[in-house]
Design a protein around this ligand. Structure first.
Ligand SMILES: C[S@@+](CC[C@H](N)C(=O)[O-])C[C@H]1O[C@@H](n2cnc3c(N)ncnc32)[C@H](O)[C@@H]1O
Length: 257
């Protein structure tokens, strides 16, 4: 996935991910991070999430992000993924790290967890995978309603994606689960490498950019790396989390239990 395109509808299917994680030729059994790695994300994560936060990692895959966060002091990262293959691999690899737990789960139904039980939900590439599936955008809005239900008041949903604001902001606000969205734009590792000897960099590695409610960037803003990644820091609705979320296509409001 990248540059606003789904390369495969299969990204939304458990069977696709099971096959991918089973095969060494497609990275099964190894570690792989989509988009960005922890060192690049660290300044924002450390600024916004205290290390005592209870964090839920959506669609963890075989990313090193959760492990790196724990090595950096984070006390609890709960990981879920639809692929039982990758969950088994990651559980085995991290058996000696009690701060990391792994559950096979579909993010559209996380009823295993109680309401308002996480301080932060992190998503690097999972909403993107869902938006490629046959169930999009219905599945994505079900996931967002679940995210809002699981977050404590003032909790944060941090979405790291290739999806530009005009595609993602309407989805995030449409679900009605968030009252405030802050945007950070981050150049790709490829771009960072290309310009690593330039002083100053043509664009900072990460910068906060003003965002309108309908997903417009400032008119004079120029994206120097066209493949940039977008990080949306979303604050949940007031009071009863999840109470205002509408699942697209069902017209129904999800209420907290
Ligand atoms: C693009 S990968 C991102 C993996 C990892 N977060 C990273 O940054 O490297 C998307 C992940 O989402 C998982 N996934 C896709 N649909 C899912 C669903 N409905 N529920 C839970 N996980 C899902 C896939 O198994 C895959 O591991």
């Amino acid at each position: 996935m990248g540059s606003g395109e789904c390369r495969s509808n299969d990204y939304g299917a458990a069977a696709y991910w099971d096959a991918r994680y089973s095969s060494p030729s497609s990275g099964g059994g190894a570690f792989f991070d989509w988009y960005q790695k922890y060192p690049a994300l660290r300044p924002l994560l450390r600024a916004r999430l205290p290390t005592s936060s209870r964090i839920l990692m959506l669609g963890c895959g075989n990313s090193l992000l959760s492990e790196s966060m724990v090595k950096d002091g984070y006390e609890e990262v709960v990981n879920v993924d639809i692929s039982s293959v990758v969950i088994e691999q990651m559980r085995e690899k991290h058996v000696d790290i009690p701060q990391l737990t792994y559950f096979q789960m579909d993010v559209r139904d996380m009823s295993f967890f109680g309401d308002e039980t996480f301080d932060c939900v992190l998503d690097k590439g999972t909403l993107d995978a869902m938006m490629c599936g046959d169930d999009a955008p219905h599945g994505a809005s079900k996931m967002l309603a679940e995210v809002a239900r699981l977050l404590r008041p003032s909790g944060i949903y941090m979405l790291i994606t290739y999806g530009a604001p005009k595609e993602r902001v309407p989805l995030l606000y449409q679900a009605g689960c968030h009252r405030k969205i802050e945007l950070h734009i981050m150049t790709t590792p490829k771009y960072q490498l290309k310009w690593s000897n330039s002083v100053p960099l043509p664009q900072p590695i990460m910068e906060e950019v003003a965002l309108s409610m309908d997903g417009q960037l400032p008119p004079d803003y120029v994206l120097k790396d066209p493949e940039s990644h977008f990080i949306y820091v979303c604050q949940t609705s007031d009071a009863a989390n999840g109470a205002n979320c509408v699942v697209a296509g069902e017209g129904k409001t999800v209420t907290s239990k």
